[in-house]
Write a protein that binds this ligand. Structure first.
Ligand SMILES: NC(=O)c1ccc[n+]([C@@H]2O[C@H](COP(=O)([O-])OP(=O)(O)OC[C@H]3O[C@@H](n4cnc5c(N)ncnc54)[C@H](OP(=O)(O)O)[C@@H]3O)[C@@H](O)[C@H]2O)c1
Length: 232
């Protein structure tokens, strides 16, 4: 059975990734900051016949990333999904509202963690058959698509996540690793809010289809949950 590792799986899109991959028979390595407090995830794992395993991981802490990778040494990861994300509160707001300490923290979670997760889990990805590295980005990270400004903190963290993903795609091509940045759409989660366009099940079903169809020639691209290639 293939395996997928998901960061930030306590709720929202991460939880829905876990739910759908587990229902499909995958082995899911579900990571989140506080597994003890993630009741719905714990219940899902408990009823999964061991298909879903829970692991504590704060992706802002590179030592925790390295420890988890070491504890899973020898395991294969077919698909690594860097999903954990933060908005920075109001997505960083306007020019006068920026909390610069918060901006640093948002970069740790939304951007820097992608590089460290990839570095730490490279042996696991190489051992997997599918070798797919997924960044859950955002349409707000598109520089070409930014035609209304603002949201400095969140936009920059996701644009930088895209840059990281593109470099990973180029640098890891000779290892046959496929890296892509995905746009989930505007989704009804704690981050997206109740007025968003789509439900998590629609977004995740779309992104899983995109992930399943990824080939090496698509590596280094930015793709919506509907399968459309988007400009950086
Ligand atoms: N919802 C949307 O409309 C939308 C649109 C575009 C992109 N996205 C992106 O999609 C991803 C998931 O968002 P969502 O809508 O599911 O958000 P959400 O409902 O706010 O959930 C965020 C998840 O990230 C986790 N997380 C935050 N900081 C973390 C850290 N330091 N280490 C590990 N996990 C951490 C949270 O864990 P805790 O429970 O421990 O806080 C939670 O599981 C994010 O990357 C987001 O930027 C979302």
């Amino acid at each position: 059975m293939p395996s997928v590792l998901v960061t930030g799986s306590s709720r929202g899109l991460g939880f829905e990734f876990v739910k759908q991959y587990a229902a499909d028979g995958w082995h899911v390595i579900a990571t989140c900051r506080n597994p003890e407090k993630a009741d719905t995830l714990k219940a899902l794992a408990g009823g999964s016949d061991g298909r879903v395993t829970l692991h504590p991981l704060d992706v802002a802490d590179i030592h925790q990333i390295d420890s988890l990778a070491a504890s899973l040494e020898g395991h294969a990861v077919d698909v690594l999904i860097n999903n954990a994300g933060v908005s920075g509160g109001s997505f960083g707001g306007g020019l006068g509202d920026i909390d610069y300490d918060m901006w640093e923290q948002v970069f740790r979670v939304n951007t820097m963690a992608i590089a460290r997760m990839t570095h730490a889990f490279l042996p696991h990805l190489e051992r997997g058959d599918q070798k797919k590295l997924i960044t859950i980005s955002s349409g707000l990270g598109s520089i070409g698509g930014n035609d209304w400004g603002g949201l400095y903190v969140y936009r920059s963290s996701k644009a930088a996540a895209n840059a990281v993903t593109r470099s990973l795609a180029l640098d890891l091509k000779d290892k046959h690793i496929i890296a892509a940045a995905l746009i989930p759409g505007w989704v009804m989660t704690d981050m997206g809010g109740p007025g968003a366009d789509i439900t998590p099940d629609v977004s995740i079903a779309g992104m899983r289809k995109v992930i399943a169809g990824l080939t090496l020639d698509k590596s280094g691209t930015f793709i919506s949950y509907e399968g459309k290639t988007v400009e950086w």
